[in-house]
Design a protein around this ligand. Structure first.
Ligand code: ZN
Length: 329
């Protein structure tokens, strides 16, 4: 960068400029991450996340490929990355010999920016888990296909803003935009949520985790307004989540009991409509993402290779007319 032939004052100028740039970088990086430098200070937060994932892909071209989930209401492309090992033989027998498909999604809420970093951390750990036969969950992870989407709400993420805008400029909570068994209000008004739902249906996703923040819980259905918050899969969810939170010490239970019920959330829709084994990870404040990644890995490793067929809602919906519905964090 600096030219030896230039005068000392010019060198001094570049040296000071460099110091100022480094200080600016440190401050720019501080609120979102401690460990890694921002790749390009002129890029948007979303471009930085895409660059990190593209970098991981370029280091593992046989394992990772990029896909397009769709385009959002602002015309921005929502990217995801697919992880699939070509060499792994299917270790299970049964009528279905396809690999089971898993999904991980960060940033429904644009102000929960650490959820994107949690997805990137998991993606890095997933490389090791899928490629190293000695990794703790290798046998139950490498035989699956993972779709990893660090940021669903791009506009919100870039602005540090919870909600997302429709094409018409209306601001909506993306995690109040899905149907559920006790909610018959308007749904799929955002292209982001519509694209995600269509992708899950088309691919036949069997297991999913969405990442939010920041209350330190790892929860499962139901989170709807019902008089019976337990599903017929309750015992499985309870056992699998307890094993997972051994890594991060989070509280677990149904969304409704461990947090509170809401209407129109992804986590209830995915289980209700397509029987996906679906969890909501609420990172804690200043979360240890390595531990959270281990918790997610432990959960994915336990997921059956087929969707749930016991996912019907058997309780009675509570009347929503006089209820103030709070979206979960
Ligand atoms: Zn959230």
């Amino acid at each position: 960068m600096s030219n030896q032939k230039k005068s000392t004052s010019v060198q001094m100028f570049f040296r000071i400029s460099h110091h100022l740039l480094m200080i600016a970088l440190v401050f720019a990086a501080a609120p979102r991450e401690q460990a890694q430098a921002v790749i390009d200070p002129a890029a948007t937060p979303y471009e930085n996340i895409v660059a990190k994932m593209d970098n991981l892909q370029s280091q593992n071209p046989d394992l990772i490929s990029r896909f397009v989930l769709g385009v959002n209401d602002q015309g921005q492309t929502i990217y995801g990355w697919q992880f699939e090992s070509e060499t792994t033989a299917l270790p299970y027998k049964g009528p279905v010999r396809e690999k089971s498909k898993m999904l991980l999604v960060g940033v429904h809420h644009g102000n929960e920016q650490l959820s994107a970093d949690a997805v990137v951390q998991f993606a890095r750990d997933l490389v090791g888990e899928m490629t190293n036969p000695a990794a703790p969950n290798h046998g139950n992870i490498a035989n699956r296909i993972f779709y990893v989407i660090p940021v669903l709400n791009i506009g919100g993420y870039n602005a540090g803003r919870r909600e997302e805008y429709t094409t018409a400029g209306r601001s909506l909570d993306p995690n109040r935009d899905y149907p559920d068994p006790c909610y018959d209000g308007p749904t799929f008004r955002l292209q982001s949520t519509k694209n995600l739902a269509n992708f899950m249906r088309a691919e036949g996703i069997v297991g999913a985790i969405t990442v939010h923040g920041y209350i330190g819980t790892f929860t499962y259905p139901w989170g709807i307004f019902t008089d019976n918050t337990r599903t017929k899969d309750h015992d499985w969810f309870a056992k699998a989540s307890r094993l997972a939170v051994a890594h991060n010490g989070y509280q677990t239970g149904t969304h409704a009991d461990a947090i509170y019920p809401t209407a129109g959330a992804f986590e209830d829709w995915a289980y209700f409509e397509i029987g996906a084994w679906t969890m909501l990870l609420e990172l804690r404040q200043n979360a240890n993402l390595v531990k959270d990644s281990k918790a997610m890995m432990t959960f994915y490793a336990q997921i059956p290779h087929e969707r749930s067929f016991n996912n019907a809602h058997l309780g009675n919906c509570r009347r929503l007319e006089e209820t103030v519905i709070r979206a979960r964090p």
